[in-house]
Design a binder for this molecule. Sequence first.
Ligand code: CMC
Length: 446
Amino acid sequence: MSTEPETASTPVAEANGTAGDTLSITDSRTGASYEIPIRDGAVRSLDLRQIKVDDDDFGLLAYDPAFMNTASCRSAVTYLDGDLGVLEYRGYPIEQLAEHSSYLEVAFLLVHGELPRTDELDAWVYDIKMHTFVHENLKSFIQGFRHDAHPMGMLLGAVGALSTFYPDANQIHDPDNRAIQTIRLIAKMPTLAAFSYRHNMGQPYVYPDNDLEYAGNLLGMLYKMTELKYQPDPRIAKALDVLFILHADHEQNCSTTAVRAIGSSQVDPYSAVAGGIAALYGPSHGGANEEVVRMLMRIGSNENIPDFIDGVKAGRERLMGFGHRVYKNYDPRARIIKKACDDVFEVTGINPLLAIATELEKIALGDDYFVSRRLYPNVDFYSGLIYQALGLPMAMFPVMFAIGRTSGWIAQWLEMVQDPEQKIARPRQIYTGERGRDYVPISQRD
Ligand code: CMC
């Protein structure tokens, strides 16, 4: 079965420029004028290179240290409108997918570009179930970590190590090869995540049970003890499945950009996805859900919220789980997660931190500091509370994020590998250091 995305055919918004639209530029240094073509609301940075002071000049560069206003690819995977709070995978609104779909169906959608027919979904789910086991040596690999190793570090190491178990994965121009690595990555991520957790707990690793669905199987590998057959609570399994859907993709975020940049060197997808896990590890990205719970525990009770908010406004703190580079409106995923919280807490009992989170959100959304900066709750504000209610330690939160994001990373990697415009990622710099200095022997240095 092929896992290739459909060829992209996203209609280009007419408002963003029609053929023949240009940007007129006059260079005040030379008086020369240029017509730079505009396509899809963008100019090509390379078109700026013709703007020179003289023949020896390298040409004008675009300077954009954090890609704040630079599109690094054309993509048909995920659409995001940060001002309106809209998120769509392959054109389908996240709200409808969270309500009606399953994580594996969404993974198929992201990877193939279309929702599957019944036979396609059955074959996809079967293939993924058939690849949930990992090579026994990977177990010893995880056993080699210290008992208190961060599970995200273990996951990152283990996924990187997968490339050594599948050395043919570097045949990235072979569609069948890409298809099998895609299935393996989505299938094995929960197994490796659960092994990392059990390693921290000092408990024996639990093998996958392929009678269970994707989220239920993960719950089994996390929590099964002596029972012969682990039976996940369907409400918990469903809530977890929804969380995976919400985290599945988010267009060109930090970790996806890492996957694309690393993959652009034509390395195998395990190495590229390990880079994505590394990027997700940081507290400004996937580590934020862990930081939110730490922050709520530190606040401790509702009466401490005003002091905390004062600290944020004075620049001493950050309100973790608030703000987003792209969303300048309520993150649609946060709204759906709030509902998933209710479902989970019905089973586990209410997480006492929920009351603090709800009050904190209310106060922040009414405070001019947050309103004027358009800071709203993001996906991570509530997800940590669910993971905590499931009994997971905070260090596991970004690992759970990584499981869901794997389908998005691989869909974006597949798109990048097949995009004829993509070359090895290699930004330019503006050099600010010294030039042309003569070497001074150490004995003559002050
Ligand atoms: N608490 C307090 N102030 C904030 C926050 C926050 N969480 N986020 C932004 N600001 C302020 C910031 O200080 C700045 O103020 P000023 O204009 O006075 O200097 C202004 O808002 C703009 O912020 P920024 O840092 O320029 O925005 P950014 O786009 O670079 O940062 C962010 C985006 C997500 C890193 C940031 O909002 C943040 O650190 N949030 C907390 C961490 C977090 O929740 N991260 C998870 C993101 S969602 C998951 C994902 O998709 O990865």
